[in-house]
Design a protein. Structure first.
Length: 193
């Protein structure tokens, strides 16, 4: 089984490139952002709680997202592999994910990190906000999300670097060219897996 973490700051292209990876490799996509937005759309208790954090640019508490991913892994049988998109976002989530996968007799194969400068992130997210109306894609909340990323999420890359699983990619340029680089990293990790 091949398990990939697609990593990077808000707006780095995780959701965009996940779609390309699924088309090519057929992995099962697990995006905590999408799962949380679905809970919000259905006005569940979890969604109403999560919305308070997301609208304020903060991470949703670890126990909420870990529980959500655990449930999804349990209900997904026979997957060739998983793309974890936007998860783990804290070291506690990374430790919990390693444990969940270990219980299933598998592990993370590689973490691919999309490196994008801050001014480009802000530009992309403001543009997306205009089109999608996403309540967290506005100037004030974007700035908070980036601060939260630097403080709590960046250490996750180091956690996997220590396991020899970190691969970095320059995430600015044509989406297809960035995807070609991602494919190279996936093929390399598959050969080593
Ligand atoms: P997410 O849904 O994960 O959203 P994101 O990081 O903002 O977006 P993503 O990175 O996928 O967007 P993309 O670059 O593809 O999280 C939203 C919120 O949910 C978080 O702030 C947090 O509150 C909560 N949350 C989620 N997971 C959590 C967790 N594990 N723990 C705690 N809280 C959690 O797209 C951005 C834009 O860039 C798009 O418009 C796209 O078209 C464009 N784009 C992409 N690639 C481009 C390129 N190469 N050039 C130009 N534009 C590009």
């Amino acid at each position: 089984m091949f398990n990939l973490i697609l990593f990077g700051p808000p707006g780095s292209g995780k959701g965009t490139q996940s779609a390309n990876i699924i088309d090519t490799y057929g992995f099962k996509h697990l995006s905590t952002g999408d799962l949380l937005r679905d809970e919000i759309a259905r006005a569940t208790a979890l969604g109403l709680e999560a919305k308070k954090y997301m609208d304020n640019g903060q991470l949703v508490p670890d126990e909420v997202v870990i529980g959500m991913i655990g449930a999804k892994l349990d209900e997904t049988q026979d997957a060739k592999g998983f793309i974890f998109d936007g998860f783990p976002r804290t070291t506690a989530q990374a430790e919990a994910l390693d444990k969940l996968l270990q219980e299933k007799g598998t592990k993370i194969s590689v973490l691919i990190s999309l490196e994008v400068p801050e001014d480009e992130l802000k530009k992309r997210l403001l543009l997306r906000g205009e089109a999608s109306g996403r309540s967290d894609d506005n100037e004030e909340v974007i700035a908070k999300r980036i601060v939260e990323y630097r403080a709590k999420t960046e250490p996750v890359a180091l956690y996997y670097k220590e396991q020899g699983k970190l691969e970095q990619i320059h995430g600015v340029g044509e989406i297809s060219e960035i995807f070609a680089q991602i494919k190279n990293k996936i093929e390399k990790a598959m050969a080593a897996n």
